[in-house]
Design a protein around this ligand. Structure first.
Ligand code: NAP
Length: 313
């Protein structure tokens, strides 16, 4: 059983920022991640709002760069899935698929997963035309018609990417106004190969082995129609990855972790950072800031114990 000063769950922007900050200050830090470094940004082709990114940066470049920076600071990376956390005793114990890890302080930065639409055909055709990654799967639909579902920043950012590959992009939104930033909405609306359908809900994704179309209902007239599409990109929001925390610490009604402004959760020595945190604005700059704040708070929590442990080594 490995014991660390601080264990970070999740190698997204928040987790990597926390790991680099804590390791740079001399803590023995491990990051436990089940996939790869970067989290949600690994599927994002153009990030324009990260501080200092004068030119758009690709998420699949930023993620590994942040991992390298954290490793250079001394953080260790463990590719493993956390199945359970035990927060009652003096140490935080993480039961992972490959064994147990203990830490004196824990930073939860496990992020979110894309919400499913929950309509017939979606699960069956996942990876066969149903996608959540425009930069990965957009080139497969060159010259064809694809649909983007959602009215938030993700839907509009990804519609911009898809419009460079597909012949036509159908943006389908259930409401009549958008949550996405106005300048992006204007940019997408001005594209000749984008058609926006408001007040429309997707009732079914149609196709035998691959996506062939959508059943779309007009919420005003109640009429349903079939739209022929070759791909469907679903961006209908995020669900926090907090199932493993239920009953262990206080969660908000939306399932996100409640913290104070120092990222301290309801359990002393357990911190949360990034879009898993209640009231997060889900911007990358915030995730990086959350991670740094959580790291400093965790070091302060360890306090003298941390200094003594380091001196004894
Ligand atoms: P979001 O902001 O929660 O938007 C989700 C969209 O999906 C909304 O338009 C919502 O409609 C719609 N929706 C939800 N459930 C639906 C359903 N069952 N059927 C049909 N439509 C449904 O999600 P997001 O766009 O993934 O963004 C998540 C967070 O990340 C946000 O805070 C966003 O600002 C941030 N983000 C920022 C950037 C950036 O800064 N460039 C990029 C990506 C994400 P209603 O509006 O009717 O509820």
């Amino acid at each position: 059983m490995d014991e660390f000063d601080i264990v970070v769950i999740g190698a997204g922007v928040a987790g990597l920022s926390a790991a680099a900050t804590a390791a740079r200050r001399g803590a023995r830090v491990a990051v436990v991640e089940k996939l790869g470094a970067g989290g949600q940004i690994m599927t994002v082709e153009r990030i324009e709002n990260f501080p200092g990114a004068v030119e758009p940066v690709a998420g699949f470049e930023l993620g590994p760069a942040m991992q390298e920076q954290a490793e250079q600071a001394g953080a260790e990376f463990l590719l493993d899935a956390v199945e359970e956390v035990l927060l009652d005793g003096p140490a935080r114990v993480l039961r992972c698929s490959q064994g147990e890890i203990t830490a004196r302080a824990l930073i939860v930065a496990a992020g979110s997963s894309r919400r499913a639409l929950g309509v017939p055909g979606e699960e069956r055709l996942e990876g066969r035309g149903v996608s959540h990654c425009a930069s990965c799967d957009g080139p497969l639909h060159r010259g064809k018609t694809v649909a983007v579902i959602g009215g938030g920043d993700s839907a509009f950012d990804e519609a911009l990417i898809l419009a460079t590959h597909a012949g036509q992009v159908l943006l389908i939104h259930r409401g009549e106004s958008f949550r996405a930033a106005k300048p992006t909405v204007e940019k997408v609306s001005a594209l000749e190969n984008v058609r926006i359908c408001l007040n429309s809900t997707v009732e079914e994704i149609i196709g035998d082995n691959v996506v062939q179309g959508l059943l779309v209902r007009d919420r005003i007239t109640g009429a349903s129609r079939r739209e022929s599409v070759d791909g469907v990109f679903v961006y209908v929001g995020l669900e926090p990855n907090t199932d493993f925390l239920k009953g262990k610490l206080d969660l908000a009604e939306d399932g996100r972790v409640l913290t104070d402004r120092f990222m301290q959760t309801s359990v002393p020595g357990v911190f949360a950072a990034g879009d898993i945190r209640h009231a997060s604005v889900a911007l990358l700059a915030e995730a990086a800031g959350d991670g740094a704040t959580a790291a400093i708070a965790a070091l302060n929590y360890l306090g003298e114990g941390f200094e003594k442990a380091r001196a004894a080594e």
